[in-house]
Design a protein around this ligand. Structure first.
Ligand SMILES: Nc1ncnc2c1ncn2[C@@H]1O[C@H](COP(=O)(O)OP(=O)(O)OP(=O)(O)O)[C@@H](O)[C@H]1O
Ligand SMILES: [Mg+2]
Length: 487
């Protein structure tokens, strides 16, 4: 036991540091070569390098890259290590539910071991690696203790220069480590932990960005992995856009990469079996390679309908659209909500309902409607849980449409919280929602007035195709969204 302990102890990289490559130009080139876009993260890394060059004593920053799957969080962290010329170490925190996983077991236990942090440092072999804490949002806690509170010490720049592991029982300096955490969902990271990290959100890519990524990064990578040369396979631009629209539905590019791999496999087979020299994939023959189209581009409704409104949602996989359906049936005023709605969403549906009842007169609705009808609000897809207050105005619009018989414009998507007085409150994730709306082929977005400032964050190519209507009251929403006459 003691021998084991001493082995661990002397294997730790006490006092061994690698020299940072403080060449900003080169670092910037390496980052740009491997990843398209992601400016904010790259800038932050270069700033750190610049300050390091001036002071040479800066504590390692603790960054958290948050965003939907497949936007390049994990792979970017790897490039950051490469650009700084540091050792890279990655631990996955997904499913870790035991405090001693992080901080180790006391030596009195049989089979005791240091925690993952110390094991990582031992593997890195230096005191200043880039340390990737992957999937930090997927840690959970149970009776064996809360691993996220053990992480508090690791990630606190004021404390982590003497991190103590239960097994090692000597303080270990983590202050020169560059920690990068990744997360899909910030909401599941406990507040105090979130507070210690510098959060950089990555929203997801537009079609244009995805096409660039395919051409500059994914295709060359897949060609190489399949042993093909650049001349062997040509992929037309139109085919790339068709792949993005009809064969994937995502914010990141992981699905796209998989589809590319499928094309490369088929091409490799044709080259080997049929002795062909060059294969060209166009939008016409794309289905020979990838099969039938998997998705419909432009999920927007095809006609103006009564009681169906398109809302904009922000989920852990990025922005998306969701339609909200309301139907009336003879009954006694029961309000039925289905579609796996969370509490917040249910309450916001109640609020929308109460507002509409209180204003029935002005909205040209029979004031006694709830004595004659049951009202059913449904949000497909029924098995996917949904929550959040931002569907408030969407539900209210769907209700008014169903009760007055006035159809809703098919080109409009909307998002905004509603109060009992019909005011429209701001929401989060406008950029992601706009990307989702664009992907779905909507033309107009109704958004809360207070979110007007966020429009600037939306990429130009998406902004051009959309009309934004800021509103502060439900009356304005109804005026813009409802078309045609009612009953
Ligand atoms: N901007 C980009 N430029 C080039 N390649 C990219 C870019 N974004 C993502 N990729 C590629 O997409 C793939 C998936 O990225 P990665 O595994 O890093 O996703 P992630 O954000 O960590 O997802 P998850 O949240 O699911 O872990 C990788 O092969 C990566 O190289
Ligand atoms: Mg990842």
């Amino acid at each position: 036991m003691i021998r084991n302990y001493i082995d661990w102890l002397i294997n730790l990289p006490w006092g061994i540091y690698t020299e940072d490559r403080l060449d900003l130009k080169l670092a910037s080139k390496i980052l740009d070569d491997e990843h398209h876009g992601l400016e904010k993260v790259k800038e932050r890394v270069l700033e750190y390098l610049a300050v390091q060059k001036l002071t040479n004593s800066l504590k390692g920053p603790i960054l958290c890259l948050a965003g939907p799957p497949g936007v390049g969080k994990t792979s970017l962290a790897k490039s950051i290590a490469k650009s700084l010329d540091r050792k890279f170490i990655r631990i996955s925190l997904g499913g870790v539910r035991d405090e001693s996983e992080i901080r180790g077991h006391r030596r009195t236990y049989v089979g005791a071991m240091p925690g993952r942090i110390i094991r990582g440092m031992s593997k890195a072999g230096t005191m200043n690696p880039v340390f990737l804490l992957d999937e930090i949002d997927k840690m959970s806690s149970d009776f064996r203790g809360d691993p996220s509170s053990a992480m508090l010490e690791v990630l606190d720049p004021e404390q982590n220069h003497h991190f103590s592991d239960h097994y090692i029982e000597e303080t270990f300096d983590l202050s020169q480590v560059l920690f990068i955490a990744t997360a899909n969902n910030l909401a599941t990271i406990p507040g105090p932990l979130r507070d210690r990290m510098e959060i950089i959100t990555i929203a997801g890519y537009t079609e244009v960005e995805k096409a660039e990524i395919v051409k500059d990064h994914l295709l060359p990578k897949q060609l190489k992995e399949h042993g093909l040369k650049k001349g062997n396979l040509q992929l037309r631009e139109a085919a790339i856009y068709d792949m993005i629209r009809y064969y994937t539905r995502e914010s990141g590019v992981r699905g796209l990469e998989r589809q590319l791999a499928a094309i490369c496999r088929k091409a490799a087979r044709a080259i080997v079996a049929e002795d062909r020299k060059r294969i060209t994939v166009t939008e016409k023959n794309l289905s020979e390679y990838l099969g039938k189209r998997l998705y419909r581009y432009g999920q927007a409704e095809t006609t103006d309908q009564v009681g169906v409104v398109t809302g904009l949602a922000y989920t852990t996989v990025g922005g998306d659209t969701l339609s909200i359906e309301v139907s009336l049936s003879p009954g006694k005023g029961k309000l039925l909500l289905t579609g796996k709605l969370g509490d917040v969403m249910r309450e916001s549906a109640q609020a929308a309902f109460s507002y509409i009842r209180s204003k029935a007169d002005e909205l040209n609705i029979d004031p006694n409607f709830n004595e004659k009808h049951d009202i059913h609000i449904h949000v497909p897809e029924g098995a996917v849980p949904k929550d959040g207050p931002s569907a408030g105005i969407t539900i209210a619009t769907a209700l008014v449409s169903a009760l007055t018989g006035r159809p809703v414009s098919k080109e409009v998507g909307m998002t905004g919280e509603i109060t009992l007085r019909g005011r429209v409150l701001p929401i989060g994730g406008l950029k992601e929602k706009a990307l989702g709306a664009h992907r779905a082929g909507l033309k107009t977005i109704i958004l809360p007035k207070d979110n007007e400032k966020d429009i600037d964050d939306i990429p130009e190519s998406v902004r051009e195709g959309l009309t934004f209507i800021p509103v502060s009251h439900l009356d304005e929403v109804l005026e813009k969204a409802l078309v045609g006459e009612g009953r």
